[in-house]
Design a protein around this ligand. Structure first.
Ligand code: NVA
Length: 316
């Protein structure tokens, strides 16, 4: 057996995703019951991009599990420039029982995983944000009960990491995933195809539309994300300026009114009120974004301890 990683949402099977969500719920109820990293074992946590939630939630998660978070400034380390990703992986793999990395291209984290010999966790790349989706699924489960069969609508940038991870992670959970996005901001075709395959296996579905009202009508969950992801700053005026292609995908109270009356609202944060979401929605009664943010901690404790356990089972 090879070392397991979480580089993209479909690195987990549907059963493994369900088990991790169950484990996260148990951990949330008994925060210091899981001491997988006692020693303290070290987890390396690297950032090539900005962070708040990810740094604090992984730091707290690793500490709660009895471990030590070794935070590395990726810009200072200049990973892949000062030395190869493979060499960084070999070094970190000797110090840490797991590596958590926020970086740019997906190929970078794949290279890290290929050489590290310890589990590697994607803490956001340009293509995926699987830890966030675990937290989101946990939040939906808390508010709605079972996941399978629920209708989940994401409106905004259909080609970003959150859209891709909702497609794969949502399909694995058996959700009916709807993406409302302009024609020019579609998900990557191979990710869409993979999501359609997973949805067919799990009894869910995938719908892609450029009509935001069609996307959210009757939905149990409505989600959005920034229109300008990290690394897209040079496109700021096109994406956010007057005439933005995303304007009609903003989650306003009017758009939210098309969802189910009991629908909940999710946003991975940071949020830009007045752009992708109105203050009345994100600060209103349907918003569960603070639960969602807290659940990063519990979900990441669950996935880290699960991955480290799997690795120990290999006898390493
Ligand atoms: N799509 C956003 C998510 C931030 C958590 C970004 O990549 O910046």
């Amino acid at each position: 057996m090879t070392v397991r990683h979480l580089l993209r949402d479909d690195d987990l099977t549907a059963a493994e995703q369900a088990a991790i969500l169950e484990r996260a719920a148990r951990i949330k109820a008994h925060p210091f019951s899981d001491r997988t990293l006692v020693g303290p074992e070290v987890v390396a946590v690297l950032f090539d991009k900005q962070t708040l939630r990810t740094q604090v939630s992984f730091s707290a998660a690793i500490a709660h599990l009895g471990g030590f978070p070794m935070i590395v400034d990726g810009k200072l380390a200049n990973i892949g420039v000062r030395e190869s990703i493979a060499d960084v992986a070999r070094v970190l793999g000797r110090e840490a029982v797991a590596i958590v990395w926020r970086t740019h291209g997906q190929e970078r984290i794949e290279e890290m995983a290929a050489y590290a010999e310890v589990p590697v966790v994607n803490a956001l790349t340009d293509d995926f944000h699987p830890c966030q989706i675990l937290a989101d699924l946990m939040t939906i489960r808390e508010h709605k009960g079972e996941l399978a069969g629920l209708t989940f609508a994401y409106v905004g940038d259909g080609g970003n990491n959150m859209a891709h991870s909702y497609l794969l992670g949502g399909a694995l959970a058996g959700l009916h995933v709807r993406i409302g996005t302009p024609a020019a901001y579609q998900p990557k075709p191979e990710i869409l195809a993979r999501a359609q395959q997973l949805a067919a296996e799990q009894g869910g579905s995938i719908t892609l539309t450029d009509d935001p009202i069609a996307a959210v009508t009757g939905a149990d969950v409505v989600a959005t994300d920034t229109w300008v992801s990290m690394g897209q700053e040079e496109e700021l005026s096109t994406r956010k300026g007057s005439g933005s292609p995303f304007t009609k995908y903003a989650v306003t109270t009017e758009l939210m009114a098309h969802a189910d009356a009991d629908a909940i609202f999710l946003h991975c944060l940071p949020a830009y009120r007045g752009f992708e979401v109105d203050a009345d929605v994100i600060d209103g009664p349907q918003s569960v974004v603070w639960d969602e943010s807290e659940n990063r901690l519990h979900a990441q404790k669950a996935v880290l301890s699960w991955l480290v356990e799997q690795h120990r089972d290999l006898g390493r």
